[in-house]
Design a protein. Structure first.
Length: 149
């Protein structure tokens, strides 16, 4: 197995977990509530994860069309659990496939954009994105404070 296929597996697994966490909310309203000490509700965190993956993986690595509206990721409210769950399921179909198809050379190349203040390889940047997804898919952290990127 390659690093790309290992990462594709992890993204698939934790996108499934994120979908389950969204489904576990008792109702749609709760998904949009902000807990004390937390900057963003779980719904906006899920939309931000979606925006990151569509922009940084699907568009930049997969060369597939996407126009990001980062502000909307944090301002949009009121979507249903079903709607967000469907969007996460779509990510689970597209994102691991893009990652899986990356060659060793592509993983070792500099990522096309400097996002984290310093240049990183594609592999390093995917590990960063996976860390965000992993954090967001934990039951105790779904309403985590804002994650930059």
């Amino acid at each position: 197995m390659s690093t790309a296929s290992d990462l594709a597996f992890l993204f698939s697994r934790d996108l499934t977990r994120l979908g389950r966490q969204i489904d576990a909310f008792p109702d749609d309203e709760t998904l949009w509530k902000t807990l004390p000490g937390v900057l963003n509700p779980a719904g906006n965190l899920a939309l931000h994860i979606e925006g990151n993956l569509l922009e940084f993986v699907r568009r930049q690595l997969g060369k597939l069309p996407y126009k990001r509206n980062r502000e909307l990721e944090f301002s949009l409210k009121g979507m249903s659990r079903h709607e967000i769950g469907t969007r996460i399921a779509e990510l689970r179909q597209s994102i691991p496939a893009v990652i899986h198809d990356l060659s060793v050379e592509q993983m070792e190349m500099q990522y096309p954009e400097v996002v984290l203040e310093v240049a990183t390889t594609t592999g390093q940047f995917l590990i960063h994105l996976y860390g965000q997804l992993k954090l967001a898919s934990r039951p105790d952290r779904l309403s985590a404070p804002h994650l930059d990127c």
